[in-house]
Each structure stands twice: as structure tokens, then as C-alpha cells.
Write a protein that binds this ligand. Structure first.
Ligand code: ACO
Length: 326
């Protein structure tokens, strides 16, 4: 049985910056409200020049370069996203853009938990010896699905992509994980399909419609995250035979600074060990963890052998933690 190591990271964000002040043109809000409730100062916005596949591919290209391999050596591309350019999946579009002609490619949807779920999925393929080189990308353009008239949600999200290359090795650096789902709380956060009935033929009615903008019960999501995230991190640490004292970095899904602070507080992890780039990117859903990781790696915060506790949480509801060594 093979071990898993992470050999490269990359990220890409759209060029357009939307700061909090701009929102006063759209809804009744203020920089002060957004900043104090969420920690967000600005976010990136995909315009017509960019697509989910374009930013996902750019992030993937960087990760492949850092890993020191070629696109042709990638065996599997996993694209964690809830906002594919094509509902049939965008992983193959990414494969074509990268020229990763030997890779099998598919999408994985687990909302803001997608990257952590993807990391665990990739590790299973590697550990069983099926694949050696996996490109895992987390990318979302939720700006396409935000209700720009709903101030409770439109200020929270941003667009972006992040990626890692995971490879087979004698060492095993995915030290522990725990994944969870609870569909009974699905109503808390949705981007749901709604169709109108259409009489197709006698006695057969189908629906025809589209996806509706994001709806969220902010308070319930907040309570869920603050309670459940520390539990899965504790469980993943236990499986890794580690304690919170062994963690160099806490890397949570970048949803809201108050959630980051509350989770760190519950786990008794000091603020200096908490990675946060919310102020510049907002909540980029499946992209937020690899985007923040890549920045922390390139800025020299995350160093070789550092131990990172990553946790994603979001719609589904889904949540999970992965403890890995850089
Ligand atoms: N500007 C000004 N006022 C606002 C805004 C805004 N952008 N948004 C909401 N308000 C108002 C509301 O309308 C409400 O006013 P009212 O009392 O007159 O009706 C008031 O502020 C309080 O609204 P709440 O929704 O109760 O605000 P709350 O204090 O709960 O903060 C927030 C909202 C920041 C969304 C909070 O609930 C939160 O952080 N929740 C977690 C949400 C989250 O992180 N979701 C994403 C995670 S999952 C994923 O990533 C997909």
C-alpha cells in the first residue's frame, strides 16, 4: 500500500475586485456592517472574460509546475465545484485546457466541503495503487448563483480556484481524516433546481426550469459550523494520533472570520496559527482552502513538514477535516 504526499499547490482568481463600498450601489449595506460581521473587505468577481474552467485550469497549471511534473503525467483530475460551466461536469474541460491527455477527469460536488472530500477521495485512489499522480482542484464561481438583491448573502461570496498535486510515495502525509453529512439539515443552505410542470404527453408531466439563487439561514449555518467543525477536527486528530498542540496551522473553509475565531477558540488554538485570507477573497466555497493554502505556502508561512488541520463545511450539510503534513 502506497502513501500520499502533497507536492504542489496553485491558485487563480478573477482580475476584477469588488470591494464592500461597491455594494451600496446594489443593496442597503455598508463596509462597516460587512467587515464587522464577516471579516470580508473585498472579493474577486468572474466577469464574462473568465469561466470556472479557466480559473480552475490556471490554478491546476501552477500546482503541476510546483510539483515538477508535466500535465501528461497526471492520472486523475478531481474538480470539486458546485458551479461547473456545464452541469455534466467541467473536469474534462479542465483536462483539455491543461493537455492532461492521460488523465481520467470528473467533478465532485460537496459544496464548501468539496476540497476536503476531494483530498480524501484522491488519497483512496493513491493508497490502493490505482493512480500515482492526482490533480485536485477546488473552484467556484458562486457569483453566477448569488441573488444580487439579497444583502444577507450577496456580500459573502467571491470567485476563485485553488489546486494541489497529490502523489504516491513511501511516506504518508495524509495523517488522519473524518467526513460527515447530514441531509436532514439540507434546507439551511441551497442552490436548488426549480421547474415548472410541463405536460409532455397524456398522463406524463415533467418539469422544466433552472437553478435558483442561493438561499441561506445564516444563523443556523453559523451554529452548525461552530459546533461540528471542532468535533471533526478532534476526531481526525485522534485518528492521526495527534493533539491540537501538534498543529502548526488551522486552515478552515474561509466562510466568516467569526466562525474561524470561534472554532479556534473552542479548540484552544492561538490566533497566530489560524490562516485567514477572507479579507481579500470572501467565501470562495470549494476554492477557499486550497486558495488560502497556496498563498500561505508561497508567502513562506507554511513550511516543509508543517502539520495542517484543514476543515471544510457547508451545504448538504457536509463537513469534514483532513490532517496533513506539507
Ligand atoms: N448589510 C446590512 N444589514 C444586513 C446585511 C448586510 N449585508 N445582511 C443582513 N443584514 C441585516 C438583516 O437584514 C437583519 O436585519 P433585520 O433585523 O432588520 O431583519 C440584521 O442584519 C441581522 O441579520 P442576521 O441574518 O440575523 O445577521 P447575523 O448577525 O446572523 O449575521 C451572517 C449574518 C454574517 C451571515 C451570520 O449569520 C453568519 O456569519 N452566518 C454564517 C454564514 C456563513 O458563513 N455561510 C457560509 C458558510 S457555508 C458555505 O460556505 C456555503
Amino acid at each position: 500500500q502506497s502513501g500520499v504526499i502533497i507536492t504542489g499547490s496553485g491558485s487563480a482568481t478573477p482580475a476584477t475586485v469588488l470591494n464592500n463600498q461597491s455594494f451600496s450601489q446594489l443593496v442597503d449595506t455598508s463596509d462597516e456592517w460587512i467587515r464587522s460581521r464577516t471579516g470580508i473587505g473585498s472579493r474577486r468577481l468572474a466577469t464574462t472574460a473568465e469561466s470556472l474552467s479557466s480559473i480552475a485550469s490556471a490554478a491546476g497549471r501552477e500546482a503541476i509546475a510546483m510539483a515538477g511534473i508535466t500535465p501528461a503525467e497526471i492520472d486523475l483530475i478531481l474538480l470539486a465545484t458546485s458551479s461547473a460551466d456545464d452541469l455534466f461536469g467541467s473536469a474534462c474541460q479542465v483536462q483539455a485546457r491543461l493537455g492532461a491527455s492521460n488523465a481520467v477527469a470528473f467533478d465532485l460536488t460537496a459544496a464548501c466541503s468539496g476540497f476536503v472530500f476531494g483530498m480524501v477521495t484522491a488519497a483512496q485512489y493513491i493508497r490502493t495503487g490505482v493512480y500515482q499522480n492526482v490533480l485536485l482542484i477546488g473552484a467556484d464561481v458562486l457569483s453566477r448563483w448569488v441573488d444580487w438583491e439579497d444583502r444577507r448573502t450577496c456580500v459573502l461570496f467571491g470567485d476563485g480556484a485553488g489546486a494541489v498535486v497529490m502523489q504516491a510515495d513511501k511516506r504518508d502525509r495524509l495523517l488522519g481524516f473524518e467526513l460527515k453529512s447530514d441531509g436532514t439539515e439540507n434546507h439551511c443552505l441551497n442552490l436548488s433546481y426549480q421547474g415548472n410542470p410541463k405536460q409532455l404527453m397524456d398522463g406524463v408531466e415533467v418539469t422544466q426550469g433552472t437553478y435558483q439563487p442561493i438561499t441561506m439561514n445564516g444563523k443556523e449555518v453559523y451554529r452548525f459550523a461552530v459546533q461540528r467543525v471542532p468535533e471533526v477536527i478532534d476526531k481526525a486528530l485522534f485518528r492521526a494520533n495527534l493533539t491540537v498542540d501538534n498543529i502548526d496551522w488551522l486552515l478552515l473553509h474561509q466562510a466568516n472570520q467569526r466562525i474561524l475565531d470561534a472554532v479556534a477558540d473552542r479548540l484552544k488554538i492561538p490566533a497566530r496559527k489560524v490562516i485567514s485570507n477572507l479579507a481579500h477573497y470572501g467565501n470562495t466555497s470549494a476554492a477557499s482552502i486550497p486558495l488560502a493554502l497556496d498563498e500561505a505556502v508561497r508567502q513562506g508561512q507554511v513550511q516543509p513538514n508543517h502539520i495542517i488541520a484543514a476543515s471544510g463545511f457547508g451545504a448538504g450539510l457536509t463537513w469534514g477535516a483532513a490532517i496533513f503534513q506539507w
